[in-house]
Design a binder for this molecule. Structure first.
Ligand code: CMX
Length: 136
């Protein structure tokens, strides 16, 4: 597996609206998409920074992954996502290397990407996402 780039960095925030205003100023660009990902219990907002995106994540349920993260650690960087080609075979490589997967198989994430997470206990504390855009 050789990721082509950092697809996005996920940042957990308490209030999407406030965080959007801050990032619009910081990056000098408008938030280009807001999307709720119901099965992940989050509302997301996206910015482009070159080839990489910033994904702001507001929890829609205190028991969801971002709700629990904020409760425990506060706001901040939640995950890093690498773009790969051939997500299924990338996951097979990860599995064979003895690294713990959260998602054994790809599932649909925000922006129609196929995604899978690797457990932070296997990645030196960084929740890691692999994603593939099959529309390019
Ligand atoms: N980064 C680093 N460590 C994290 C973490 C994160 N984002 N989230 C949880 N952890 C750590 C916890 O601190 C805890 O560590 P300790 O045992 O040392 O205290 C450990 O992982 C277990 O955490 P937990 O609070 O008990 O939470 P769960 O086990 O219920 O879930 C995780 C943790 C990572 C498996 C779960 O959050 C998950 O499945 N995440 C993947 C899906 C996701 O994050 N979706 C939101 C984004 C969706 C999107 O981008 O569209």
């Amino acid at each position: 597996m050789k990721p082509s780039h950092i697809e996005h960095i996920g940042i957990a925030v308490k209030q999407l609206d406030e965080a959007i205003l801050y990032y619009e100023k910081l990056l000098g660009t408008k938030c280009y998409a807001i999307e709720e990902v119901k099965d992940q219990k989050v509302k997301t907002a996206f910015f482009k920074v070159g080839q990489t995106k910033i994904e702001l994540l507001e929890s829609t349920d205190p028991e969801g992954p971002v709700g629990k993260f904020i409760e425990k650690k506060g706001e901040g960087i939640h995950h890093i996502a690498f773009a790969v080609e051939g997500l299924e075979s990338a996951l097979e490589e990860v599995r064979e290397a003895g690294i713990k997967l959260i998602d054994e198989h790809p599932r649909m994430g925000a922006e129609g990407l196929h995604i899978a997470f690797i457990h932070p206990k296997s990645t030196f504390g960084v929740l890691t996402e692999l994603c593939e855009n099959k529309n390019i």
